[in-house]
Design a protein around this ligand. Structure first.
Ligand SMILES: CC(C)(COP(=O)(O)OP(=O)(O)OC[C@H]1O[C@@H](n2cnc3c(N)ncnc32)[C@H](O)[C@@H]1OP(=O)(O)O)[C@@H](O)C(=O)NCCC(=O)NCCS
Length: 194
């Protein structure tokens, strides 16, 4: 999806990535870090540039940058991860959401909550989607806490859909509806440019 978007949260700025960032070692190193990718379906093989560009084009991928140091020239030292809408169907008004805070030093500081809040505001507001879905491995306590806190509701389980340390684990399917989001966030909003 070719876009040029910048969105502002309280802690983070989300923006489209530059070509150099998409193919950067910083990004690829996150994708081969076993702790970061433990519950991600991408696996841990180092992706090629072509795979990185194909991934970027297959959804709405935005980099997560720490807000108080955000530099519009695009320096990457405070880039901590990405958030992505994919399987976007504007006829059915649905999409799937994913997030990765690749910089583990930033975990547990509210950045994912803020980044997803901004992305969901854009998805339900500007994009007028009716439903956003996610899948989370049952062992991913941080992921489960994040989605539950954001208002996602469990809708079902894909039994033994994901292997962790040689054992099959369930993937919990969760969803959030536009009216649920606006009921919870009436009066709040995100700003955008681009
Ligand atoms: C899951 C992930 C995005 C969370 O990012 P984060 O910036 O640490 O999340 P936040 O700081 O916004 O915390 C969100 C909630 O999760 C909770 N949480 C964070 N880490 C946790 C952990 N290890 N165990 C239990 N809860 C945890 C937080 O306490 C918070 O809930 P609270 O405010 O009610 O206390 C991050 O760990 C990550 O990128 N992991 C690797 C990729 C991944 O698993 N992506 C999700 C796939 S579903």
């Amino acid at each position: 999806m070719n876009t040029d978007i910048t969105l502002y949260g309280s802690l983070v700025v989300l923006r489209s990535l530059f070509t150099a960032e998409i193919r950067s070692n910083q990004y690829k190193n996150w994708l081969i870090d076993p702790r970061v990718t433990r519950y991600m379906s991408s696996g841990q093989a180092r992706p090629t540039d072509e795979e990185m560009f194909a991934y970027e084009k297959s959804g709405l991928l935005l980099g997560i940058f720490r807000k108080n140091s955000y530099d519009c020239r695009g320096t990457t030292d405070l880039w901590m991860g990405n958030v992505r809408l994919h399987q976007i169907n504007t006829t059915q008004r649905v999409a799937e959401l994913g997030i990765m805070i690749g910089d583990k030093a930033r975990w547990g500081q509210g950045y994912a909550t803020d980044a997803c809040t901004v992305m969901l505001g854009y998805a339900f507001g500007s994009m007028n989607l009716n439903r956003v879905g996610i899948g989370v491995v049952e062992l991913n306590k941080a992921g489960l806490a994040l989605w539950t806190k954001l208002g996602f509701k469990e809708e079902g389980r894909l039994r033994e859909a994901f292997w962790v340390d040689g054992l099959p684990r369930d993937v919990i399917r969760m969803g959030l509806l536009q009216r649920e989001w606006f009921d919870a966030h009436r009066g709040s909003g995100t700003s955008k440019t681009g």
